[in-house]
Design a protein around this ligand. Structure first.
Ligand code: NAD
Length: 504
């Protein structure tokens, strides 16, 4: 399926075939109401394809298909479920370049990034949970003599999964891999903006032998398909990744059948550089923390906090690196920063540049689309550095773009106060040579994840998630397996003599 043109121009690549229908019960079908949604290339605004639009009735069909598949899937030997996920991981690696191009085309992620991050991380996630399937054990509880009390972990049933547009390939693997390993069936709604890689993964799942109905994909809008998943009486659990505002709506909608919830929401990551940090590493790490994926990451280091004694030196180097980043067509292997994923989002980020100016912030660089006429139709924004005050909106609200707010601090106490001074608590990083300070800060930061002398490390074994308005529940690792199972406590009277409760 190589759609590279005869000229071998990587930017002329087109997918040789595309799945653009709903995937329900193993079949590619149109929506009941027959609508479609255009999927746009964020590089130039062209339409890549029109996908079938799922509405509430399609979610209902998908839930029925998942319910039908559940008894066989949940009772399949865990090793056999795992084997299918391992095959899927291999398959993804075989198609690394194709999947990477598809993700680049639809999301704007530079192809380069998809090859070192998105696709490999997706494959290792399926592999990790494929291996996990038959190693996630129950336990025996030491209760009173004569009783055996054991704890089983049961699949919860049909799970609904709702994902955003920023890392579709990776985030769907973080959700689907543990859910499948634990024996659940899935109704997943990718973002209406970036559904293509999820549909391709569903196709691969069928190719490697995951039974029909185990995974159902219903791309559609949040207010229709998403809302139906959140309220559906037969969906036992919803795993949601998206904004804090939508997360609250999902919580309310889930109340009807008290479904289990897992929420991965917004963030405003503090990235703190102390005076004793190794500056070259901190500059490079801080650039990755915010510029990777155009800053469209919930864990982006979007608040850069510099000790006042090193601020000038750091800023000079950070600015130099930032201004050297190559913006361009994401399909070009030389591109280091692509467009934002949609026009609407580009405007939102530009609006925040205006907010920064109104608040008296100094725009050190960026703050506008690039001048390059070749990028004029795309959703590009130049990487933007703003000096701001901790109380400014641009230091409190999630911009979710190539936009970093820089602040200075004079001592550790002030650094901690600024770092913990937002409603969010997802990921934070710090750069220091002082191990005592590093551990002290790691303990004191209001965050679900802390990186010391690095930023944005993720691994399928390491729990991912936040506190405060960043949500609750965890993806990855054993924590994810707990999220996708119910504990069942079983009591067996092996040899207990129980005196009668009502002696007669
Ligand atoms: P969003 O909340 O607008 O949408 C997320 C998903 O929810 C989409 O699939 C959307 O269609 C769906 N949705 C919208 N309204 C809904 C409703 N009423 N009921 C059910 N589903 C609905 O977020 P977005 O703009 O797509 O993504 C950006 C946000 O996601 C940012 O706030 C970012 O921080 C957050 N995010 C969080 C994490 C994390 O792991 N914590 C990761 C990535 C992104």
């Amino acid at each position: 399926m190589d759609g590279m043109s005869a000229s071998n121009d990587p930017t002329a690549w087109k997918p040789a075939s595309l799945r653009n229908k709903l995937f329900i019960g193993g079949r590619w079908v149109d929506g009941v109401e027959g609508g479609t949604i255009d999927v746009i290339n964020p590089h130039d605004g062209s339409v890549i394809t029109a996908i079938a639009e799922a509405k509430a009735a399609d979610v209902d069909r998908a839930v029925e298909a998942a319910q039908k598949a559940f008894p066989a899937w949940s009772s399949m030997a865990a090793m056999d479920r795992g084997r299918l996920l391992l095959k899927l991981a291999d398959r993804i690696e075989e198609e690394q370049a194709e999947l990477g191009r598809l993700e680049a085309l639809n999301t704007g992620h530079p192809f380069r990034d998809t090859q070192i991050l998105d696709v490999p991380r997706t494959a290792v996630t399926y592999r990790y949970f494929g291996g996990m399937a038959d190693k996630f054990e129950g336990s025996v509880i030491p209760v009173e003599a004569g009783f055996l009390n054991y704890l089983e972990r049961e699949a919860v049933g049909v799970v609904g999964q709702i994902v955003p547009w920023n890392f579709p390939l990776m985030f769907t693997s973080w959700k689907m891999a543990p859910a499948l390993a634990a024996g659940n069936c899935i109704v997943i709604k990718p973002s209406e903006i970036t559904p293509l890689s999820t549909l391709r993964i569903a196709e691969m799942m069928q190719e490697v032998g995951i039974p029909d109905g185990v995974v159902n994909v219903v791309p559609g809008y949040g207010q229709t398909a998403g809302a139906r998943i959140a309220e559906h009486p037969e969906i036992a659990k919803v795993a949601f990744t998206g904004s804090t505002a939508t997360g609250r709506t999902v919580v309310k909608a889930s109340a009807g059948n008290l479904k289990k919830l897992q929420l991965e929401l917004g963030g405003k990551g503090a990235n703190i550089v102390f005076e004793d940090a190794f500056i070259p590493a901190a500059v490079g790490g801080s650039a990755f923390a915010i510029w990777h994926n155009q800053g469209q990451a919930c864990i982006a280091g979007s608040r850069l906090m510099l000790h006042e004694s090193i601020a000038d030196d750091f800023m000079e180097k950070f600015l130099g690196l930032t201004e050297s980043i190559r913006l361009g067509n994401p399909l070009d292997p030389a591109t280091e920063m692509g467009p934002l994923t949609s026009k609407m989002h580009q405007q939102r980020v530009l609006d925040y540049c205006a907010v920064a100016r109104e608040e008296g912030g100094e725009i050190v660089t960026g703050g506008a689309p690039p001048d390059d006429p070749a990028l004029a139709d795309g959703c590009y924004v130049r990487p933007t550095i703003v000096r701001a005050k901790p109380s400014d909106r641009v230091c409190q609200e999630e911009v979710f773009g190539p936009f970093v707010s820089v602040m200075t601090f004079k001592d550790d106490a002030e650094a901690l106060e600024i770092a913990n001074g937002t409603e969010y608590g997802l990921g934070s990083g710090l750069w220091t040579a002082d191990l005592k300070r590093a551990h002290k800060f790691a303990g004191a930061l209001h965050a679900g994840m802390v990186w010391i002398n690095s930023y944005k490390r993720v691994n399928p074994g390491s729990p991912f998630g936040g506190v405060g308005q960043s949500g609750y529940g965890r993806e990855m690792g054993f924590e994810a397996m707990r999220e996708y199972t119910h504990p069942k406590s079983v009591w067996v009277n092996v040899d207990a003599q129980i005196p009668p409760y009502y002696p007669r």
